[in-house]
Design a protein around this ligand. Structure first.
Ligand SMILES: Cc1ncc(COP(=O)(O)O)c(C=O)c1O
Length: 473
């Protein structure tokens, strides 16, 4: 048996290739795209090793390598050092997003968007618990079932706090939730039916991608520019199909960092009104009033929902947040919340509300705000020669990798050097191509010095380039 015959017998993907084409590698990548679209290759399927495919097709290894790179660039596949190239998942078969760090012991974690660790929080929690324990009314209330919409006293405290921070709301417009993720899920579950379409920036918060999958919704990626979602692209998509809801993060998009101007927000509201879209604004990545634009619910109160959470201000473990909605939608949302969990526990709200009303939350916000901005300045300086996008006070920066880096290799190399990062892949909606970019979170290290060491290691890695990466098998 010839080498080619042997190779052909071992190749589980064997495209028919028109060898008369000049750009064979593009033809091969196109063939892969066609096979995926036709279901002949499925998410998770491994592509043959490059040498084997080259032998099987009687073409050069270089052509196959270029074709595989092109397929990865288009977002059709993902390559992992040591485990080869696989077809990327697009549907429920992909694992859901991880919210807990996978940083190994001793690694500098720059992968998670969490508040900067501060021992003051544990002290404040102990103090709040003592105070609550000494107030029989509050402890009795905490033991009771709460109304679906949430405890009225807590909604009033939250409404007062939000209004003071230039997010004017009435207690009657709020539903208490178990954090921002729950608020996102609640809105989608209550207001969108399976099979209907929702849209967001093409790169968005992975928690929203997971929700759309779980609920069997179509998730449409909207192209973006330096201000986030492009109105012309949204308009076109709305003309092509019925979209029920647009998910937005106008202050700075997670992960890509774009901020929407007032004019951009108004253009989106105009489209939402003409095409009857709901607007779901995620405000979990809290921004102080002086740096914030007008929230969508102030521009279009009748169709806008707003998500608040204490997760980035106090701590995520409290699982305390709220959904602001037009009052006519509150009964539907309350019914959905009752079906999910009856009501949110009163105890966590009692703790969080103490934090908010005592001023302790404000002190923490001010401290963290200043600290985050120092870290962003440091990051900008250290990675001066590279393309980064970030809000000056944002929890993360988006680093577009210079050629010839690939995001998976950069993440793997960074891990070897003791820095944990996330590549672009989990942020991609549907089969939107994963750009060669990584998200760098500035908040997980408790000490700014550790953060600095982390980004210096990344800077060294960028300077040295990917030549040390292990070859793909
Ligand atoms: C944009 C965005 N929305 C929602 C969440 C989830 O918020 P919570 O922890 O309050 O559930 C996060 C957490 O990182 C987030 O970044």
């Amino acid at each position: 048996m010839s080498i080619q015959q042997k190779a052909r017998s071992r190749c589980h993907w064997l495209p028919t290739l028109d060898k008369t084409q000049d750009t064979l590698y593009l033809t091969l990548a196109d063939q892969l795209a066609a096979d995926i679209a036709a279901g002949r290759m499925s998410p998770g399927d491994k592509l043959p090793p490059q040498r084997l495919l080259a032998d099987a097709l009687g073409i050069t290894l270089g052509t196959v390598t270029r074709a595989y790179r092109e397929a990865e660039r288009r977002g059709l596949t993902e390559a992992r050092v040591g485990s080869g190239t696989r077809v990327r998942g697009t549907q429920a078969d992909e694992p859901d997003f991880h919210h807990l760090s996978r940083a190994s012991a001793g690694s500098i974690d720059l992968s998670l968007s969490i508040p900067i660790p501060n021992p003051v929080r544990a002290e404040q929690l102990a103090f709040s618990l003592q105070q609550i324990a000494n107030q029989p009314d509050i402890t009795r209330q905490a033991l009771a079932y709460q109304p679906e919409q949430g405890n009225l006293g807590q909604r009033e405290i939250l409404a007062e706090w939000m209004t003071r921070h230039q997010l004017p709301v009435e207690a009657s417009e709020l539903l208490i939730t178990e954090g921002g993720q729950h608020a996102d899920y609640l809105a989608m579950q209550a207001l969108i039916r399976p099979g209907e379409a929702v849209a967001s920036a093409a790169l968005t918060y992975p928690g929203m991608i997971a929700i759309a999958r779980q609920l069997g919704l179509k998730h449409i990626p909207v192209p973006t520019d330096h201000q986030g979602i492009r109105p012309d692209a949204l308009e076109r998509l709305c003309q092509q199909q019925k979209i029920r809801l647009l998910y937005v993060m106008p202050e700075y998009n997670n992960p890509t960092g774009e901020h929407m101007s007032q004019a951009r927000r108004e253009a989106i509201v105009d489209i939402a009104r003409r095409h009857d879209l709901l607007l779901l604004e995620d405000g979990v990545q809290y921004v102080i009033p002086s740096q914030r634009g007008t929230p969508f619910y102030r521009l279009a109160p009748e169709r806008s929902l707003y998500i608040f959470s204490v997760s980035k201000i106090i701590e995520g473990g409290l699982r305390f947040g709220a959904l602001r909605a037009p009052t006519n939608l509150i009964p539907r949302l309350s019914a959905a919340l009752r079906a999910q969990c009856w009501s949110v526990p009163g105890l966590m709200g009692a703790i969080a509300c103490r934090w908010l009303s005592s001023g302790n939350a404000d002190t923490l916000i001010d401290w963290q705000w200043a600290e985050v901005s120092r870290r962003q300045v440091l990051l900008k300086q250290t990675l001066l020669h590279y393309e980064t996008e970030a809000h000056a006070y944002g929890f993360h920066a988006w680093l577009k990798l210079p050629e010839p880096w690939r995001a998976v290799d950069f993440v793997a190399e960074a891990a070897h050097r003791g820095v944990t990062l996330i590549a672009s892949d989990p942020f991609c909606v549907g089969s939107h191509p994963a750009p060669q970019a990584v998200r760098i979170c500035v908040t997980p290290p408790a000490e700014i010095g550790i953060f600095e060491t982390g980004i210096q290691r990344l800077s060294t890695l960028l300077r040295e380039g990917p030549s040390h990466a292990a070859p793909l098998v």
